[in-house]
Design a protein around this ligand. Structure first.
Ligand code: ADP
Length: 557
């Protein structure tokens, strides 16, 4: 590059000088050498280039730096040899005349195509190096300047490109996190970036709309599922739980969180349910089954398995209904009907038997006929009591009973009912007493209802306490409730019976109860009435020592 540069400088200078020197040479006058010398010295000084003019035989005619006469023949100098052959001669060497290293360039001088001399230009290599250094410096400056300029341009371009990209990345990250509250507003962006920014904004609005819609649907579904009493579970082909509600977890007695995350069969360890699910997946039809749980307390479940096809595959939806109480009610109703029939049958059979006996001749039997009629009356009374108790129970259970709930003095009703049982107690030599704390305890209750509670408890105490025993009716209160206790020192009730005596027709000793005129409904009526008045009834008893029934009723305000 540098040599080419020097080459060009020398060559263009040579071309510039060539016509003038050729003209001077062509003059063929004696002064030509002097004129040539003047010309080249002038030029040499200004251009810092050494110029030599040689005749075709190599003799030096003029030189810008050295006196021509002192110079040897240049015929054999390599650049002159080449120029004499009509070429552009070039060489680098130590000059014999100046003892300096030069770079030479020589061109032939012609007159009408005939060689009339050679023009040689030379520059020292120092000059060359200096020029080279200048060129390098210029080049370095130029390179630095271009780099700086390129950097500024690139920086500007990168800023314009990267800033929107960074904002877009940040924005996309927010959308991915479900944060739809931001907007890009790319009004300050250029060209395609602005279009892309607008598309992102639009996409975000659409996504938010869709997510809102999905969330609304999902909330609706969750609300419906959560409000259902029936348990719902959807199981896919791999027997994974796709969906379940809390009722399902409660009915199947598994933690709700586990129901959603674990395989269905690991949780519901019931081969019967497994078989049903398999069958529904195979047959693609709905089946309904009833099953009893193995865990205590045992429950009866009505389960419906339905096959559904959805876009993500097929599934079985299991709807579980806890029908335990329904089945218990059915059993109770069946037992009740059987019990009622039985209870009615016994006095009716007696009445029938006595009346038949009378008809078949006992009417004429003056010794026994009165006894038979008394038996008939007794059984009829029993029937009547039974039917009255049944009516009371049925009315309170159906809610049809019209109670008049008001403030009533517990002690006052207790006094009345004790009076009613006085004769019966005396007949059995029982002491029947009232213990009452003062001032009078007022409870919220219906008068007739309270009387029925007293009657049933006092009649039981009188009946199940042996002769000579003691029955105490005690009225007291605590902060919230009025308390009535019927305490006897009679036969008592074994612990295993204490839970069940409030059931309808439950008797500890059936024959004895019937003999004593019991219907088996008294305590059941007490329990229902007490509950109706927002109270509680309980029993504490020791076999052979006696029994205490306690009824707690809300105090008047
Ligand atoms: P019943 O008409 O047979 O008395 P209840 O429902 O009033 O029916 O009582 C249920 C059973 O509870 C009775 O059959 C009796 O065995 C027992 N029982 C009730 N009260 C007493 C009591 N004070 N002492 C002992 N046993 C009692």
């Amino acid at each position: 590059m540098a040599v080419v540069e020097i080459d060009e400088v020398l060559f263009s200078s040579a071309c510039g000088l060539q016509p003038s020197i050729e003209r001077l040479l062509a003059e063929k006058s004696d002064a030509r050498s002097t004129k040539i010398e003047q010309l080249i010295r002038n030029f040499g000084e200004k251009a810092k280039i050494r110029v030599t003019v040689v005749d075709p035989d190599g003799r030096v005619l003029a030189d810008s730096d050295v006196a021509a006469v002192t110079m040897k023949n240049h015929k054999l100098r390599p650049e002159i040899v080449q120029a004499r052959l009509g070429k552009i001669g070039k060489a680098t060497r130590l000059s014999e005349s100046t003892k300096t290293e030069y770079y030479y360039l020589a061109i032939p001088l012609l007159e009408k195509s005939d060689p009339i001399g050679i023009l040689r230009l030379a520059m020292t290599t120092d000059q060359t190096r200096k020029r080279l250094a200048d060129i390098s410096k210029t080049f370095v400056w130029f390179a630095l300047a271009s780099t700086a300029l390129a950097s500024i341009v690139l920086f500007g371009f990168a800023r314009a490109t990267i800033a929107p990209l960074r904002e877009l990345t940040h924005f996309a990250g927010s959308i991915a996190r479900g944060d739809y509250g931001q907007r890009l507003s790319p009004t300050h962006w250029q060209g395609e970036w602005r279009l892309l920014g607008k598309a992102f904004d639009q996409m975000q609005v659409e996504l938010q709309g869709r997510e809102d819609e999905l969330r609304t649907n999902s909330d609706r579904l969750s609300a419906v599922l959560a409000s259902m009493h029936e348990g719902i579970i959807a199981v896919d082909l791999q027997r994974r739980v796709l969906l379940a509600n809390r009722a399902a977890a409660v009915i199947l007695d598994v933690p709700f969180q586990e129901l959603l995350n674990r395989p269905f069969y690991e949780l519901v360890r019931n081969p019967f349910i497994e078989e049903c699910v398999d069958e529904v997946f195979k047959a693609h039809r709905t089946i309904g089954r009833e099953l009893e749980t193995k865990r205590q307390p045992r429950r009866v479940l009505a389960v419906r398995f339905s096959w559904i096809a959805q876009f993500s595959g097929e599934a079985v939806v299991i709807v579980v209904h806890d029908v335990t109480s329904l089945r218990q009610l059915e059993t109770m109703r069946r037992d009740f009907v059987a019990n009622v029939s039985h209870e009615l049958k016994t006095p009716l059979s007696s009445i029938k038997a006595y009346s038949e006996t009378l008809r078949l001749g006992a009417l004429e039997d003056p010794v026994n006929r009165l006894r038979f009629v008394e038996r008939i009356e007794e059984q009829a009374n029993r029937l009547s009591d039974l039917i009255l108790d049944l009516i009371r129970l049925a009315r309170i259970e159906s809610g049809m009973v019209a109670f008049e709930v008001r403030d009533i003095s517990l002690g006052h009703i207790a006094q009345q009912r004790i009076q009613a049982f006085r004769v019966q107690a005396e007949k059995r030599s029982l002491t029947l007493e009232l213990e009452e704390t003062l001032p009078a305890i007022m409870v919220r209750c219906d008068e007739e209802g309270l009387a029925t509670i007293f009657d049933n408890l006092i009649s039981n105490a009188v009946r199940y306490t042996p002769e000579g025993g003691q029955v105490i009716v005690r009225c007291s209160s605590d902060a919230l409730m009025g308390i009535l206790e019927v305490i006897d020192n009679g036969q008592g009730i074994a612990p295993e019976h204490q839970e069940r005596i409030f059931e309808r027709f439950y008797r500890v000793d059936k024959a004895r109860s019937s003999d004593l005129g019991g219907t088996g409904l008294g305590l059941s009526i007490v329990k229902h009435f007490t509950q109706f008045f927002s109270g509680q009834v309980s029993v504490s008893s020791r076999l052979g020592k006696g029994t205490t029934f306690t009824v707690r009723l809300p105090l008047s305000k």
